[in-house]
Design a protein around this ligand. Structure first.
Ligand code: GLU
Length: 281
């Protein structure tokens, strides 16, 4: 972008950063120039996040040559903002008590065919859809009623602009495709007060992110974010979905792939320039 974008790298401190994270961070940093590259710590899942991993994130990113403005946004400090957003979404939400096993059982009832999964997991069959928010209990998750959301907005499709494709060729998803392939996503997880999708949308807006760079694995999640932005009346940024870094067997790297942790390369004497080379940057 000629005048610079505001981008972000948003890791969760649930393990050491690996080559895939280095790639995502370097792309976000590169695409921001001469704008602003922000760092956001996505630590809403308190059970899985560790402060030592957060410290390691700062160290590894600095070692890679990246810098970002302080203070860093930490999602664990933003619960009030998520609560407000959830309250605004109340007319389009319902409490749901189904556990994964219940959903699987409902989906595999003979007339329903095989369970289908979308970017938010199994596509929810709607068992609790008629429950009222006034009856929500502590063991419930909160779901967005996707059909009601499209109807309330009076739209029959979503679209977003992708920085990687020709201007004017926006990605489009119809209401029916959303309902069939994504469904009633969770906006607040049990005991968490929010979900990844809700927190990301609220925070991208709060940080004025103008370009979201993220892996292709999150492409389908972007539809959820675009829908939430519309309902919450927040701007939809430009998106750019980049390739995923895979291991030698072609599998996407995961946090448990410690051999490819940035730290392991660093301890082996690899330089940041060699990491960029390795990633084709
Ligand atoms: N915490 C998410 C991740 O690490 C952020 C990605 C995104 O929303 O773009 O995958």
């Amino acid at each position: 972008m000629a005048d610079g974008a505001v981008t972000r790298f948003a890791p969760s401190p649930t393990g050491l950063l690996h080559l895939g994270h280095a790639y995502a961070a370097l792309i976000a940093h590169r695409e921001a120039a001469p704008g602003r590259f922000l760092l956001r710590i996505e630590d809403i899942d308190r059970a899985r996040c560790r402060s030592e991993f957060e410290t390691a994130i700062y160290e590894d990113l600095r070692w890679l040559g990246l810098d970002w403005p302080d203070p860093v946004m930490r999602q664990s400090e933003r619960m009030a903002a998520y609560r407000d957003a959830l309250t605004r979404l109340t007319p389009l939400t319902y409490p749901c008590k189904c556990r994964r096993g219940d959903i699987r059982a409902a989906l595999s009832a003979p007339q329903e065919g095989a369970p289908l999964a979308g970017p938010d997991g199994l596509i929810y069959p709607g068992t609790c859809r008629d429950r009222q928010m006034a009856d929500a209990g502590p063991d419930d998750v909160i779901r967005l009623d996707a059909a009601r959301a499209f109807d309330a907005l009076g739209i029959d499709h979503l679209s977003f602009r992708d920085a990687a494709i020709m201007p004017g060729h926006d990605h489009i998803l119809s209401r029916d495709q959303f309902i069939a392939g994504i469904g009633d996503v969770i906006l607040s997880r049990r005991g968490m007060g929010t979900s990844y999708h809700l927190a990301v949308v609220v925070d991208d807006a709060e940080q004025d992110i103008s370009l979201v760079t993220r892996g292709k694995d999150l492409f389908d999640s972007t539809w959820i974010h675009v829908l939430l932005q519309k309902i919450l009346d927040l701007p939809t940024p430009l998106y750019q979905h980049h390739r995923l870094i895979r291991d030698d067997a072609g599998k996407r790297l995961a946090k448990r792939d410690d051999a490819r942790a940035i730290r392991a390369f660093r301890e082996d004497g690899t330089s940041p320039a060699q990491i960029r080379d390795l990633l084709g940057l």
